[in-house]
Design a protein around this ligand. Structure first.
Ligand code: BES
Ligand code: MN
Ligand code: MN
Length: 456
């Protein structure tokens, strides 16, 4: 532990400078105008892996943005850890809500402020630096492989095929991922569940052109009004989702496990205060952490229609649109849910409108066992570096490719994330505390040490 701490101490500034350089490249996978930046970022990571001591690293083409692959094979007889992360980030809008420009990282109150500071550049770079540390201090006791993709934030459309084509190359005993959160800096936790996802876009069309809202208002179905009604009908007064069959495959969690979950420290007051809300809203009969951890949900992620510019324009729109996500729990199948949603949404379309629904992306949820070597290694590592045994927690977020890893590669993942809910990922002013960044770099080498022991 002393060696680890000293190495981090001596290289603190350089680690941060390098991360800042990585963050400065605006690798927004959703935007065509950032295409070149995706390749620049991939090359940056490849170089960083070589610099950190990889035997080999390359930027590998896929049918979409490239994957950075790298490895160091110490000894074929040792266990192999495959590190997964993503170098792409979410769009930054609304820009005016950022206190400092999203791609000009800045430290305020001990936190790095920038898009990607946590998700996932900050978290993946901890792995690159921990790898360097183990190489330089001669403590690497596992083989290490890296697979860093550039399409996670758009649903990983090419990675499954990439895995199918590179099964041998990706052979490993576990996949190690830091792309999730912990409860807090003094209550460490390990994510043992991710929700699945169905993400769709709907379009409701009324009249064949935008109309004068005085000449036609009250006489013609307004697609914006109607879409609002349709969306409102998707949940009932108990915040139960009304799509027929939606809950059919939901795995009910036992009272025993719910009692266990209730023991995890959680303050509803702090939660509300952090979000500036005076009440929480969710499915009746479930606590807040259950509503995100073990129950599915349905939310509008974006909605637009008519005139949304400055000032007033009296218009009855021709079309209305919304992007809708459903977060799914174990056993729910994202393709099946897409289908249920599409059929239902068409069925509830009011007379006189045309409805189109398309599925954008999605995937299955994931559950990590707590009784396998990687969990025990992560738990021991965190216990040493944080001084407290971590709590297993089911997260509300999704990393759909994780279930594909198990299906295609036959490898389980361990979700050892160091983010916090307050990091504002996907939001303006995303941030990552320096404490978490350096603590992550200290914890990861311990994971390798204990993983090698647990695999003996
Ligand atoms: N890192 C997040 C997922 C996450 C964050 C899981 C915190 C648990 C805790 C990831 O980058 C992400 O944003 N995933 C997307 C899904 C994707 C298909 C766009 C999500 O959850 O919205
Ligand atoms: Mn992420
Ligand atoms: Mn994300």
């Amino acid at each position: 532990m002393e060696t680890i701490k000293n190495y981090v101490e001596e290289n603190r500034k350089r680690f941060l400078d390098e991360l800042f350089d990585l963050i400065r490249i605006p690798s927004i996978s959703a935007k065509v105008e950032n295409e070149d930046d995706m390749y620049t970022t991939a090359a940056f990571i490849k170089d960083a892996l070589i610099e950190a001591g990889a035997d080999h690293a390359e930027v590998k083409e896929t049918s979409g943005f490239p994957v950075v692959y790298g490895h160091k094979i110490v000894d074929e007889a040792l266990p192999t850890v495959l590190v997964y992360g993503h170098y792409d980030v979410q769009p930054v809008e609304p820009l005016d809500l950022w206190e400092s420009p999203p791609f000009e990282p800045e430290i305020r109150d001990g936190k790095i402020y920038a898009r990607g500071a946590d998700d996932d550049k900050g978290q993946l770079y901890m792995h690159v630096k921990a790898f360097e540390l183990m190489n330089r201090t001669g403590s690497l006791n596992c083989n290490v492989k890296f697979m860093i993709e550039g399409e996670e934030e758009i649903g990983s459309p090419s990675l499954k095929e990439f895995c199918q084509k590179n099964k041998d190359l990706l052979k490993a005993d576990v996949i190690l991922i830091s792309d999730t959160t912990m409860i807090s800096q003094d209550i460490p936790s390990i994510t043992v569940g991710l929700r699945g996802l169905s993400f769709l876009e709907v379009e409701v069309t009324g009249p064949n052109r935008d109309l004068h809202s005085g000449l036609y208002g009250g006489a013609v179905g307004n697609p914006a009004n109607l879409l609002a009604k349709m969306i409102a009908s998707l949940t009932d007064e108990n915040n139960h989702i009304t799509i027929p069959g939606f809950y059919d495959d939901v795995m009910e969690v036992s009272d025993g496990e719910r009692a266990e979950m209730a023991k995890a420290p959680f303050s509803l007051d702090d939660y509300k205060q952090a979000l500036d809300i005076n009440e929480v809203v969710g499915e009746k009969g479930f606590a807040t952490n259950e509503r995100t951890g073990i129950r599915p949900s349905l939310d509008v992620n974006g909605i637009w229609s008519g005139y949304t510019g400055e000032g007033a324009k009296t218009v009855l729109p021709s079309k209305a649109h919304a992007k809708i996500s459903m977060r799914l729990v174990p056993n729910q199948d994202s393709k099946k849910i897409d289908e249920l949603f599409i059929n239902h949404f068409r069925r509830i379309a009011p007379e006189g409108t045309k409805v189109e629904v398309k599925s954008l992306h999605g995937g299955q949820g994931y559950g990590t066992p707590v009784d396998f070597p990687a969990y025990r290694a992560a738990s021991r590592a965190i216990e040493v570096s944080f001084g407290k045994q971590p709590i297993p927690v089911r997260s509300g977020g999704s990393i759909p490719i994780v279930s594909d890893f198990e299906e295609v590669l036959g490898i389980k993942s361990i979700l050892m994330g160091f983010g916090l809910d307050s990091d504002a990922i996907h939001s303006p002013n995303e941030n990552y505390p320096l404490f978490n960044f350096y603590k992550g770099i200290e914890t990861i080498p311990l994971f390798y040490r204990f993983f090698a022991e647990e695999m003996k």
